[in-house]
Design a protein around this ligand. Structure first.
Ligand SMILES: Nc1nc2c(ncn2[C@@H]2O[C@H](COP(=O)(O)OP(=O)(O)OP(=O)(O)O)[C@@H](O)[C@H]2O)c(=O)[nH]1
Ligand SMILES: [Mg+2]
Length: 230
């Protein structure tokens, strides 16, 4: 008899070889190598890049720390607006993580918001080495207008992106599943959206190995990593 069809055919976490590849991928060295301010230069393009975008305070920098197993590789803060540049982190000389300033944060000057928005948009639209954008969404709040704007931009530029829900440790049991289903539904007509959502908690580690596996899968697809099947 044939096996029943999987409910999440794309679910990278179900493939143990990818989970292991993801673990290894993030197990070695990780280091900061470049900051780009709105008026500054981007680093020369070399390795594939994976960017973390999302509203201010959603947990972008914390998730980079959780993925790389460091406490303070990317700077985090309770106060929104902590990350003010595009920060580039090399992982094992193999690929690059990009921590971005938050969008939709109104408490800094209008001028600053404009400069950050310009920087974020230019980078997301025009970077050939950008392999995927993780669009982080607070699991307590779901998609907001600013998230839809960023997804519109990524769809138009045909840049692959994946929604990652953050801070699921703050939710009651069962709420995360509901949020995932509702968010997936909102992505249906979005051509550049990866059809799988990962629910994470940087504080408790939930979803982190799944996210690492998703990065491994992406690098395999782009020819930047080989995975030996068990
Ligand atoms: N409960 C909970 N809080 C989290 C989690 N991840 C991050 N936070 C908290 O959220 C706040 C913001 O985290 P950051 O990682 O600095 O957020 P960011 O998106 O980089 O913020 P900006 O750089 O200001 O845009 C901090 O107080 C973190 O401790 C999580 O998984 N669970
Ligand atoms: Mg940050």
């Amino acid at each position: 008899m044939s096996e029943p069809a999987p409910t999440h055919p794309e679910k990278a976490a179900l493939d143990p070889a990818l989970v292991e590849a993801g673990r290894k991928l993030f197990a070695g060295e990780a280091g900061f190598f470049w900051a780009a301010a709105p008026t500054g230069k981007l680093p020369p393009m070399s390795n594939l890049e994976i960017a973390f975008a999302g509203r201010s305070n959603v947990g972008k920098s914390s998730l980079i720390n959780a993925l790389t197993g460091r406490n303070a590789l990317a700077r985090t803060s309770h106060t929104p607006g902590r990350t003010q540049e595009l920060n580039f982190f090399d992982v094992n000389g193999r690929f690059t993580l990009v921590d971005m300033p938050g969008y939709g944060y109104a408490a800094v000057s209008k001028q600053k918001v404009q400069a950050w928005t310009g920087l974020i948009h230019d980078f997301l639209r025009g970077r050939a080495t950008l392999a995927r954008v993780f669009v982080l969404v607070d699991s307590r709040h779901g998609l907001k207008a600013v998230d839809n704007e960023i997804m519109d931009l990524l769809d138009k530029a045909a840049v692959s992106y994946q929604i990652v829900l953050t801070k699921v440790d703050e939710l009651k049991k069962g709420e995360a599943e509901k949020r995932v289903a509702e968010t997936l539904d909102a992505l249906k007509r979005r051509p550049a959206a990866y059809p799988e959502i990962i629910a994470t908690s940087s504080h408790e580690g939930e979803g982190v190995s799944e996210l690492r596996a998703s990065v491994a899968k992406l690098l395999v697809e782009r020819g930047a990593l080989e995975v030996v099947k068990a």
